[in-house]
Design a protein around this ligand. Sequence first.
Ligand SMILES: CC(=O)SCCNC(=O)CCNC(=O)[C@H](O)C(C)(C)COP(=O)(O)OP(=O)(O)OC[C@H]1O[C@@H](n2cnc3c(N)ncnc32)[C@H](O)[C@@H]1OP(=O)(O)O
Ligand SMILES: O=C([O-])CC(=O)C(=O)O
Ligand SMILES: [Mg+2]
Length: 296
Amino acid sequence: MKQLRRTMLFVPANNPNMMLNASVFKPDCIIFDLEDAIAIREKDSARDLLVEALKTIDYEGVEILARVNPLYTPYGKEDVKALIKAGLRNVRYPMSETKEDIEKLDRLITETEKELGIEEGSVKILGAIETAKGVINAPQIATASTRMVGISFGAEDFTRTIGAERSKGAEELFVARSQIVLAAASAGIDAIDTVFADVEDMEGFEREVESAKRLGFAGKSVIHPSQIPAVHKAFTPSEEELEKALRVMDAINEAEKKGLGVISLDGKMVDAPVVARAAKIVRLAEGAGMIQEVEE
Ligand SMILES: CC(=O)SCCNC(=O)CCNC(=O)[C@H](O)C(C)(C)COP(=O)(O)OP(=O)(O)OC[C@H]1O[C@@H](n2cnc3c(N)ncnc32)[C@H](O)[C@@H]1OP(=O)(O)O
Ligand SMILES: O=C([O-])CC(=O)C(=O)O
Ligand SMILES: [Mg+2]
């Protein structure tokens, strides 16, 4: 079944209470953060705490990622090695700027998998793009390793690096967000939109969620449990969309049996792109538990 990545909930890896409870809010993914949410003096203790959490807590099917420190810091290498040893299988790599950044991470992961006797390729990478250079190199980053499952956008660091402020209209983010969606789509991986820092501004948040959905993102990083429902609502098909998609799939299956390609349903043409869109809606609905997985 397709791994849904509608929500990725950031959880600082120095907060035992949040780490213990994060899966209660049913995000699709949890990102334990060792990077910017953790002060320098706490880098080692947070890593130790996360190692314990990975070994002992049952996250009930939620996809677990850790945002490690970049490899150019004194913490990155140990983060990657210790966390994989503790069972981590998804690395979210911040400040991904070039293909070489990912290749370096890929080599370290391969070396660690070999040392630990873990099947090569089992650890996946999500590249976080959050600088001007990273945005320009997004297509190369997205295809830098067979481990890539997604790329994400980080607007807080991005606006800092281009010398802009984040605005309500988000014009300053438009090109970067689209570039990330295009790079991910052409690589066949997920694009995850940025966090929205103002937890109190639910209206502004919902506006951003809608625009992320319209641009083609698969989901959004969030920082607070209260942000999860709005994202799930936007990125899950409605009952009406699902019903229509199932009718398209039924109609095309019938048509194929009769050797027909293009057909019409309710007076509208059903061709390959319509079928592909319907199939995607069905996959999302399966992932979200709205329907049982349909045998292909
Ligand atoms: C730009 C970037 O790099 S963003 C990525 C890095 N940032 C992060 O990881 C921050 C993640 N978020 C947080 O740490 C917090 O949500 C904060 C600091 C923003 C706000 O925290 P609080 O003031 O404690 O929020 P609030 O009081 O509303 O929390 C309500 C409950 O939700 C829990 N909660 C809040 N945020 C989270 C979270 N991200 N994950 C899990 N639980 C959470 C709290 O622990 C609290 O639980 P409790 O009722 O059992 O005590
Ligand atoms: O990756 C994210 O969504 C958050 C982040 O680090 C940023 O915005 O700089
Ligand atoms: Mg950042």
